[in-house]
Design a binder for this molecule. Structure first.
Ligand SMILES: CC(C)(COP(=O)(O)OP(=O)(O)OC[C@H]1O[C@@H](n2cnc3c(N)ncnc32)[C@H](O)[C@@H]1OP(=O)(O)O)[C@@H](O)C(=O)NCCC(=O)NCCS
Length: 159
């Protein structure tokens, strides 16, 4: 099936939010925040501080990635959100989206990419995904999200 990656537009919002809502990894509060970020990007484009790309499989949106330059840094970027439709995971879509975003970051002279994620057991698959894409766990803030729910930091150095 033909696959393409392109910047998100308003018409993609329903599909992206449906993907987010159906994923067990995200709480409803997290989905609300993800939607606020999407709205900010759709309204203000890159001046929102976010870059959002969607991947289309055939004519259907199968996932999205949201990243942006970390404020007050030189060459550091945050990978904020990445999600692939639950029914289409494990087919290389997440890897392709991540690689595409990393290439854009490299072109913008980015040198360091940071991912913050939860240490909860339901994120185990996500952590393995990050490591398979060359990210290393570099830190952990104990009990950050809630008692027993640590915040983990992953990094990838581009140069
Ligand atoms: C994490 C996520 C984006 C990965 O996308 P995906 O399309 O399923 O992943 P891919 O098929 O591209 O797999 C890429 C790599 O991860 C590995 N991988 C994927 N799922 C895995 C699993 N369940 N266990 C171990 N490795 C896994 C693959 O082996 C592959 O490795 P390779 O590049 O060496 O071949 C997707 O599973 C997802 O949306 N998860 C829920 C939301 C989430 O956790 N988002 C990230 C935090 S914001």
């Amino acid at each position: 099936m033909k696959s393409s990656i392109r910047p998100m537009i308003g018409a993609d919002k329903a599909a992206v939010t449906a993907i987010l809502r159906a994923l067990p990894e995200f709480t409803s509060e997290e989905v609300v925040v993800a939607e606020e970020v999407i709205d900010s990007y759709l309204e203000k484009s890159l001046s929102s501080g976010y870059h959002i790309l969607v991947v289309e499989e055939g004519s259907a949106v199968a996932g999205y990635v949201c990243y942006g330059p970390t404020p007050l840094t030189s060459g550091t970027w945050d990978m904020y959100w990445l999600a692939v439709d639950a029914g289409r995971q494990g087919q290389g879509i997440g890897r392709a989206l991540m690689a595409f975003a990393e290439e854009r970051i490299r072109e913008s002279d980015g040198r360091l990419i940071i991912i913050e994620t939860s240490g909860r057991p339901q994120y185990e698959k996500t952590r393995r995904f990050h490591m398979s894409q060359g990210y290393a766990e570099i830190g952990r803030m104990a009990d950050f999200y809630a008692p027993g729910d640590d915040k983990l930091f992953f990094e990838k150095r581009l140069r």
